[in-house]
Design a protein around this ligand. Structure first.
Ligand code: BG6
Length: 487
């Protein structure tokens, strides 16, 4: 069924995120009948474009980012009719607010308004202040903030304060698109709808956990942003810590948004601090060099940034996190992410302990549960079975119990933004980050950044197209553990 009708006002309407993710996501949901025919998408940006010119760009974006089989001409035409454009500098009080107000005033004040800030986070506060001065924040208004919320705890607090002056916390939706991924949401189901897993989900049975988000792309055109951010801030502080929370949290008392977020927050609070002087023990950071990815020669990070540039920014991080709690005592959580790695793959590996004793001649391998976030969303459990090869002794062989969701359910897996964009309209914050979560995450990340800035852990080069620097392997080897590709 369609959601209640709405105006989606996007600041940064000509930007990459709007074109690549937001418009295609809204199109899919429109096509599936979830976006009402009188909803409006009001893009704003500084460029002086007419509505028609912007609609042409929007149509092009759909053609670029949606496979032709999903683009029905008539549906595209009806969707494009929902799109409006206002040329406006949201950060300036004197800009063209009258046009935006004129458009919004055409509808009753009770209509849901979503202000989506797809701009530089440095502008969030000013945009909210201007919305407030212009009286555009109604009872039914929400604001969506894209990451990064700050570059450390202090700057995150400044951003949250400046937005919080104009919107109450329950109308602020901090988006983390990893929470929109089906298999990430499925973690809650897998764990709490299947006692067979949850009963074993403790240090009694689990040896260690790995969470990987590996990409084959380099920094693409985003060098200016990325070089100031680096992998720890870009991927670990948000996406990977969020996934860790869902893997590690205790069962929430209900599926109410705050019950879930309270449990996630407890995990963040229980993370053992990594002191700046200990970063060499707990972290590995790297930067890609020239190499080969998918059979093609690619340049180094520095070459990607441009001629004559030097940079100490990390494009790869691996780290060992420990959770100080009854459930997770002595179970390391290894997190890693990187650009220009051997494969595009995001997954969680739960490595179970081996049996305390064996009656078999060859020792059975410990069970392993692999939750594939992307591509090929699925769940795989490795088990030991009898080797069917006829011999006179009983020997063992490993096999996989493997579910591939797309095949099993025969359904297209939606992009992560699709669900999240309409959850804002529904007013359901379960898949969004609460302010205290952002703060707790930065509190844990800040000392690592401090240790690195004092060069307590060296930046190691790694060839593009590999699984990262040697330091990442050593991080696990110290405890006799292996990364998935080495198992
Ligand atoms: C973004 C990061 O949040 O996530 C990018 O800023 C990264 O650097 C992207 O490429 C990865 O998302 P996904 O969905 O492709 O895993």
């Amino acid at each position: 069924p369609p959601v209640d009708t709405f105006d989606y006002i996007v600041f940064g309407g000509t930007g990459d995120l709007t074109m690549r993710k937001l418009l295609p996501a809204l199109y899919y949901r429109f096509r599936d009948g979830q976006v009402p025919a009188d909803a409006r998408i009001i893009a704003t940006a500084r460029s002086p474009l007419s509505r028609g010119e912007y609609q042409d760009r929007a149509r092009q974006a759909l053609q670029e980012h949606i496979p032709p089989a999903s683009l029905e001409a008539d549906t595209v035409t009806r969707f494009i009719e929902l799109v409006h454009y206002v040329s406006l500098n949201g950060a300036e009080a004197q800009s063209n607010w009258a046009d935006l107000r004129g458009l919004l005033d055409q509808e009753p004040e009770t209509r849901i308004r979503v202000y989506y800030l797809a701009t530089s986070p440095a502008l969030y506060g000013q945009i909210c202040e201007n919305l407030s001065k212009q009286n555009l924040i109604t009872e039914q208004s929400r604001v969506v903030l894209e990451k990064p919320i700050g570059t450390d705890l202090q700057s995150a607090n400044a951003i949250n304060d400046s937005v919080g002056r104009h919107f109450p916390e329950n109308h602020i939706f901090r988006i983390d698109h990893y929470l929109g991924k089906e298999t990430v949401q499925n973690l809650i189901t897998l764990r709490f709808a299947n006692p067979v897993f949850e009963r074993l989900w403790t240090s009694d049975a689990i040896d260690y956990v790995q969470i990987t988000a590996a990409e084959t792309v380099g920094v693409e055109g985003r060098g200016a942003y990325y070089d100031r951010s680096g992998c720890l801030r870009d991927m670990i502080q948000n996406h990977l810590l969020q996934v860790l929370c869902l893997v590690a949290m205790d069962p929430p008392v209900s599926l109410d948004a705050d019950s879930v977020r309270n449990e996630k927050l407890k995990v963040l609070h229980a993370l053992k601090p990594i002191r700046p002087s200990d970063v060499a023990i707990y972290t590995s950071r790297g930067q890609y060099m020239r190499g080969h990815v998918n059979g093609q020669t690619v340049g180094s990070y520095l070459e990607d940034l441009g001629e004559g540039v030097t940079s100490e920014t990390e494009t790869f991080v691996a780290l060992k996190a420990e959770i100080l709690s009854w459930r997770w005592g002595n179970v390391p959580f290894y997190l890693r992410s990187g650009k220009r790695m051997a494969e595009k793959c995001s997954e969680i590996v739960i490595q179970f302990k081996s049996a305390p004793w064996t009656i078999f001649a060859n020792r059975p391998a410990a069970n392993r549960l692999v939750i594939r976030i992307q591509p090929d969303e699925g769940v795989m459990l490795s088990v030991s079975t009898k080797d069917p090869t006829p011999t006179d002794s009983l020997s063992l062989r490993e096999a996989d119990i493997n579910i591939e969701f797309e095949k099993a359910f025969n359904i297209r897996y939606p992009d992560s933004y699709e669900r999240l964009l309409l959850d804002v309209v529904r007013g359901d914050p379960i898949l969004f980050i609460r302010r205290d979560e952002v703060e707790a995450a930065w509190k844990w990340i800040d000392p690592i950044l401090q240790g690195w800035s004092k060069n307590e852990a060296p930046l190691e080069p790694y060839p593009a197209g590999t699984w990262g620097p040697e330091g990442a392997r050593n991080l696990l080897a110290q405890s006799g553990h292996l990364w998935h590709e080495d198992m």
